[in-house]
Design a protein around this ligand. Structure first.
Ligand code: NAP
Ligand code: GDD
Length: 341
C-alpha cells in the first residue's frame, strides 16, 4: 500500500515542490484546499495532476477533522499560513488565527481522529505531523549562526504566530507522545515563489526592465541579510524529518548570508544591467520592526538526516531570472502578479 500524505498549503510554493517529491517517492498525495472558487486550486491541478484535493480551511476545526477522517493520512505536512511578513502587521488577528491557531486546529484534528488521550501513545503515534516553523522566530537574533537551541525574539505578528505553532507542536509531542516535529526553515525561493517576496520581486523586476516592460524597481531595506536556499532542496528535509527514528526539530538553511543589495546585484548581472541605474529605495517599504540578519547552522540536519542543500545562491538567482524572462516573453501569467507593492 502506498503511504498517504496530506499537505495543507498545497497551492503555495512549498506545497507544490513537496507534492512532487512525495509523488516521486510513491506516495498518494492529498492537498487541503480552501475557498469556494479559489483560482490557485485550478492552477495547482494543472501543475500537479496526480494530487487529490480535499476541501478545508485552517480557520475551520470541523473541516480539518473531516479532511483527516477522509484521507486517513500516514503523514500530515502543515504548510498552510499567512506567510507574507508585512501582511501580518496589517491583518495581525487573521495571521494569529491562520498561522498560529491553525496549527492547534490541525494537531487537534489528528489527535481526535486517532483517539489520542493524555499520556497515551497507541494509534496516536501512527500519524506523523510536520509543522512549517520559520527562522523569523529568531527575529532579533541573540547569536549567529542560529541553531535549534537559539532563543526566539520574533519581530512581527507572523513570527509570534509561528513561535506559538512551534511550541504547541513540541507540547503535543510531550503531552500526547505524538510524532510531531517542526522544521525551522530559513528563506527558500524558486521560480514558483510569490511575487511579493523580495527574491521574486527582484527577479521579475530585472526581467521586466531587461525586456523594456518597466523602467525602475522600488525596494525597501537593501541592507537586510538572509540565508537564501532553493525550495526544491528544502522540501526534501521536511520529508526526511518524518522518516527519522525520533521526533525532533531541525534548522534548515545553507549557512551563508547575502544582503538584499547583493541579491539585486546578482539578478541585474544575470541580465547584463547595472542595478544602480534602475533600483529606487522607498521608505514606505521598510518594516515597523526589521529582522536584520538570519543565518542557519544546519549541522544537526546534515549529521542526523544526511540533508545538504544542492543549489547555491548565484545559481538560484540565475534560475529565477531566466524563468521570469521566459514567463514574460511568453505573455506572462496574471496570477504571478502581486497585489503588494
Ligand atoms: P505560500 O506560498 O505563501 O503558501 C501559503 C499557503 O497557505 C497557500 O497554499 C495558501 O492557500 C495557504 N493558506 C492560507 N490561508 C489558509 C487557510 N486559512 N487555510 C488553509 N490554507 C491556507 O508559502 P510557502 O513559501 O509555500 O511556505 C510554506 C510554509 O512554510 C508557510 O507556513 C510559511 O510560513 C513557512 N515558511 C516558509 C519559508 C519560505 O522561505 N518560503 C520559510 C520558513 C517557513 P491559498 O492559495 O488558498 O491562499
Ligand atoms: N518583500 C520585500 N519587498 N522585502 C524587501 C523589499 C521589498 O520591496 N525590500 C527589502 N526587503 C527586505 C525585507 O525588509 C526583508 O528584510 C528581506 O528583504 C526579505 O523579505 P521577504 O522576501 O519578504 O522575506 P521574509 O524574510 O520577510 O520572510 C520569508 O522568510 C521567512 C523565513 O525567514 C517568508 O517566506 C516567511 O514566510 C518565512 O517564514
Amino acid at each position: 500500500m502506498a503511504r498517504r500524505a496530506l499537505i495543507t498549503g498545497i497551492t503555495g510554493q512549498d506545497g507544490s515542490y513537496l507534492a512532487e517529491h512525495l509523488l516521486e517517492q510513491g506516495y498518494e498525495v492529498w492537498g487541503l484546499a480552501r475557498g469556494q472558487a479559489n483560482p490557485r486550486v485550478s492552477r495547482m491541478r494543472r501543475l500537479l495532476a496526480d494530487v487529490q484535493v480535499v476541501r478545508g480551511d485552517l480557520l475551520d476545526q470541523g473541516s480539518l477533522i473531516s479532511a483527516v477522517e477522509r484521507v486517513q493520512p500516514d503523514e500530515v505536512y502543515n504548510l498552510g499560513a499567512i506567510s507574507f511578513v508585512p501582511m501580518s502587521w496589517e491583518q495581525a488577528e487573521l495571521t494569529a488565527e491562520v498561522t498560529g491557531m491553525g496549527v492547534l486546529r490541525m494537531l487537534e484534528a489528528i489527535r481526535v481522529c486517532s483517539g489520542v488521550s493524555r499520556g497515551g501513545t497507541g494509534a496516536a503515534g501512527q500519524i506523523r505531523f510536520y509543522q512549517a516553523s520559520s527562522s523569523e522566530m529568531f527575529g532579533q537574533v541573540s547569536e549567529t549562526p542560529q541553531n535549534e537551541r537559539t532563543a526566539f525574539h520574533p519581530r512581527s505578528p507572523y513570527g509570534v504566530a509561528k513561535a506559538y505553532g512551534h511550541f504547541l507542536t513540541q507540547n503535543y509531542r510531550e503531552s500526547y507522545g505524538m510524532f510531531a516535529v517542526s522544521g525551522i526553515l530559513f528563506n527558500h525561493e524558486s521560480p514558483r515563489r510569490g511575487a511579493e517576496f523580495v527574491t521574486r520581486k527582484v527577479s521579475l523586476g530585472a526581467a521586466r526592465i531587461k525586456l523594456g516592460l518597466a523602467t525602475e524597481l522600488r525596494l525597501g531595506n537593501l541592507e537586510a541579510r538572509r540565508d537564501w536556499g532553493f525550495a526544491g532542496d528544502y522540501v526534501k528535509a521536511m520529508h526526511l524529518m518524518l522518516q527519522a527514528g525520533n521526533p525532533e526539530d531541525y534548522v534548515i538553511g545553507t549557512g551563508r548570508m547575502k544582503s538584499v543589495r547583493e541579491l539585486v546585484e546578482a539578478a541585474f548581472n544575470a541580465v547584463g544591467l547595472d542595478w544602480e541605474r534602475y533600483v529606487v529605495t522607498d521608505q514606505t517599504l521598510h518594516r515597523p520592526a526589521e529582522v536584520d540578519l538570519l543565518c542557519a547552522e544546519p549541522k544537526k540536519a546534515r549529521t542526523q538526516l544526511g540533508w545538504e542543500p544542492r543549489v547555491a545562491f548565484d545559481e538560484l538567482v540565475a534560475m529565477m531570472v531566466e524563468s521570469d524572462l521566459r514567463l514574460l516573453t511568453d505573455g506572462g501569467d496574471p496570477h504571478e502578479d502581486s497585489s503588494w507593492p
